[in-house]
Design a protein around this ligand. Structure first.
Ligand code: AMP
Length: 428
């Protein structure tokens, strides 16, 4: 039997309401902050990610789904969105249409990582990018939007971590200090960290190995080497977050992998999802747009992992969600003694009424597989139907339909020619 590829999963109908719920909140919050949705293709030319994310990063060096298509073009399934959004921004000259573009997305992503709880090979992210302003208020806005979404989902056990990486010049000075600090300790680092020492020294802070962490505990901190502008911007971010009541901690080890990050970086962590605890991460990338061939333009953004967020919701029991429900389930009874209609005609009449309800935006369904009345009622309950509409029996012989409210058990009869009254009753 052919199964779904390792690290991918089906989202089944029983789970879909949770996805809708999350997606609706995401859209509402972004639209509230005046962000507009952008949808880009699932695949791009490989060079975009190699340049946009950085050759040395784990994503590009180990995790991309890359292949040659039939015309020998190297194609990559998108592992993240920022590079793709920036490509679209440059390609369509969005910056000439308006100076600041506030964009959001909801999209599948692909990374060939080792599958484990909270880590998939196809997963989904939502996120935002604001391109065209250096204002630190936008950095804070990214944190605020993600925090708002998590709060509206009912997540409580969250930690917002922030840091500033400064500008390249101050970062270079700091990297020298770090090299100096590590020069006599290099041999004690793990092999992976020794590699990072040469390629991307800041990422030694990302090491999860205790012996590395012990060494890095006493390392000089980037935050103490910030240039004046980065320091001021970081202060503004902190001041704004305090003003709007978002708790945060400054984590100077939060370096994030990408070379093009500048100034603010942040992550929101949940204590409820095990070892893969980052729900979202983001930061400012004032150098990326130029790197990808656009005019020098500042930008800031974040991405959040939807599978992990849903897991956090589940673990915090925060789904105030009822099971999927429909408005009306139509139940067919035996035709009454004086009904002129045959069973077949009665069924057609039932489906016509369902059609009329559906045209009026009342969600409805009925039985197509000849189940008994009892089994039809069981189905109505399983679907969490708000009402059952009975068609047939003595009522129908009298020209009436019986509507039962399943929540309180109340029943009302309506003339079978007056579906509009049923519609009004259901809408109440
Ligand atoms: P990144 O783009 O690596 O900064 O990731 C942003 C967010 O996406 C993370 O905080 C996770 O919530 C989520 N994420 C990243 N990689 C995966 C993955 N392989 N599976 C599931 N979620 C992921």
């Amino acid at each position: 039997m052919i199964k779904a590829v390792t690290g991918t999963k089906d989202i089944l109908p029983s789970e879909i309401n949770r996805w809708y719920y999350l997606e609706n909140i995401v859209k509402e919050v972004f639209i509230n902050f005046n962000y507009k949705e952008i949808r880009t293709p699932v695949f791009e030319e490989t060079a975009l990610f190699a340049r946009g994310i950085g050759e040395e990063t784990d994503i590009v060096s180990k995790e991309m789904y890359t292949f040659l298509d039939r015309s020998e073009t190297s194609i990559t399934l998108k592992p993240e969105m920022t590079a793709a959004v920036v490509r679209a921004y440059i390609e369509h000259s969005l910056g000439t249409l308006q100076p600041l573009n506030k964009l959001f997305y909801i999209s599948p992503m692909f990374r060939q990582e080792r599958p484990q709880a909270g880590r998939f090979r196809q997963f989904h992210q939502f996120g935002a990018e604001a391109i065209g302003s250096t204002s630190p208020l936008l950095d804070a806005e990214m944190i605020e939007m993600s925090y708002n979404i998590f709060k509206r989902l009912g997540l409580k056990d969250l930690v917002v971590k922030i840091n500033s990486l400064g500008v390249p010049q101050s970062r270079e000075e700091y990297k020298n200090k770090l090299r100096e600090f590590l020069s006599d300790k290099k041999d004690m680092l793990t092999e992976e960290s020794r590699k990072r020492f040469d390629k991307n020294i800041l990422r030694i802070f990302d090491s999860k190995i205790e012996s590395d962490q012990k060494i890095m505990k006493d390392a000089p901190l980037l935050i103490d080497y910030l240039d004046e502008e980065s320091k001021n911007d970081f202060d503004t971010v902190k001041e704004y977050l305090t003003k709007v009541g978002i708790p945060f901690v400054v984590d100077s080890a939060l370096v994030r992998g990408l070379d093009y990050y500048t100034k603010t970086t942040f992550e929101v962590i949940s204590n409820k999802v095990g070892s893969q605890s980052a729900l979202c991460g983001g930061g400012r990338y004032d150098l990326l747009i130029e790197e990808l061939g656009g005019k020098p333009t500042p930008g800031v953004g974040f991405a959040a992992g939807m599978e992990r967020i849903l897991l956090a919701c589940e673990n915090e029991n925060s789904f105030a969600l009822s099971a999927p429900s429909i408005d009306v389930y139509l139940v067919k009874l035996q035709p009454g003694p004086e009904t002129a209609l045959s069973a077949g005609k009665l069924e057609l009449e039932l489906s016509r009424i369902a059609s009329e309800l559906r045209s009026n935006n009342i969600s409805s369904d009925y039985d197509y597989i000849g189940r008994s009345m009892k089994a039809q009622m069981r189905e109505a309950n399983k679907l969490n139907a708000k009402y059952v509409l009975f068609i047939g029996g003595d009522e129908y012989s009298r020209g009436e339909l019986l509507l039962k409210n399943l929540a309180d058990g109340q029943q009302k009869t309506f003339s079978k020619d007056d579906i509009n009254r049923i519609i009004s009753e259901v809408r109440q």
